[in-house]
Ligand binder design. Sequence first.
Ligand code: SDX
Length: 432
Amino acid sequence: MTHDVKSTAKLSLDGKEFDLPVYSPSVGPDVVDISKLYAQADVFTYDPGFTSTAACDSAITFIDGAKGELLYRGYPIDQLAEKSHFLEVCYLLLYGELPDAAKLTDFVQRVTRHTMLHDQMGHFFRGFRRDAHPMAIVCGVVGALSSFYHDSTDINDPEQREIASIRLIAKIPTITAWAYKYSIGQPFVYPQNDLDYASNFLNMCFAVPAEPYVVDPILSRAMDRIFTLHADHEQNASTSTVRLAGSSGANPFACIAAGVACLWGPAHGGANEAALSMLREIGTVDRIPEYIARAKDKSDPFRLMGFGHRVYKNFDPRAKVMKESADEVLALLGVENNPTLQVAKELERIALNDPYFIEKKLYPNVDFYSGIILDAMGFPTSMFTPIFALARTVGWIAQWKEMISDPTQKIGRPRQLYTGETFRDYVDVENR
Ligand code: SDX
């Protein structure tokens, strides 16, 4: 992608000066282009964890960490969570604009008609142990999609990229729900085309053949909002994984499976499961000070799960919406006195008044309250991260499509600061 050069940064190194072009984004920090630095100065830049590195151009999502702002294609997340619905947000993330009524209807119909899996894929689930973590199943089955849908694996064909995108968005709820059903020994429930996306997922998770199941509209709305809040988030770890996998030309199903694998980690998407387990371990409000002390103790690896964020240094706008939703859903379910919610609210209040958390700018993130809602809806903690993966699939796909369609994209290949042994000859075992 070409950029207008706003100014030039000068790097002086070993008595030489190097000009580095500076580009301006539509919003956010300027960037210094160092892509030619190694060729010019025979040095690498050094940024483990990419705390100061823009790895790509993107027009999809923008986060202002200082303001606590999250925009999907320019629209603020709180407005989308309140006024839109997940499939409309999927359209926005994929195509860049909110659809008119006809385009939205067509998109919803296209997704709806791809929700079933090839019937033979059911065998993959049965190959897992019943006590397999649902993320292991989701990761395996998403990757296995590439063994069935050969007509949508050619990444150079825009039509195939589009079909693969629709298939992934449509089938990820079925795969996630079936991973849950398999883990509890219940029969798979097929998607129903007369249900909306969130209701369909809840039906596939909680319906049983033995009796009718009616989706509670309150839960369906809350589920849909949780999907919207998790849909995309700039170049987070799992999205960067998808981009790096895609940069090699791997098929879209393999790339999304790589994203699922990365999201599983407790520092990333696994935090919602870890946060609820932590809140349950704390148990009562009087035990909060003990855990706050542990979180501050450098010799203790314990961290407050669901707290802190690489980018948000004010508050995570998703956590704000999630907290409101938790109050609403639990009240409607008649469990507003849920002890875990009380511990969460008191933990947040104490932490936000504690100098350690204030100084380190640690606030609740998206994972702090989501688990409380999912728990109240009847999901086990093991299903929290699969639900995050379900929602993030559209973000991964939108970012993958953006990268693949950029004619200047090339395989990602970072370098390193080598700290190992320098050249040495082999020594035969008898001489060691
Ligand atoms: C997600 O990137 C994304 O956008 C991710 C995500 C998305 O939508 O894709 O938003 C989803 O992953 C949210 C984050 C979920 N993870 C957690 O809730 C796990 C707990 N949080 C931490 O592990 C941590 O805050 C991270 C991983 C989220 C952020 O880590 P950073 O940016 O690398 O920050 P850091 O580890 O350098 O922390 C800065 C300081 C450190 O202290 P010092 O070394 O400066 O003394 O703050 C401390 C940390 O020890 N700290 C915490 C803490 N998080 C950071 N101390 C206690 N509890 C915590 N939760």
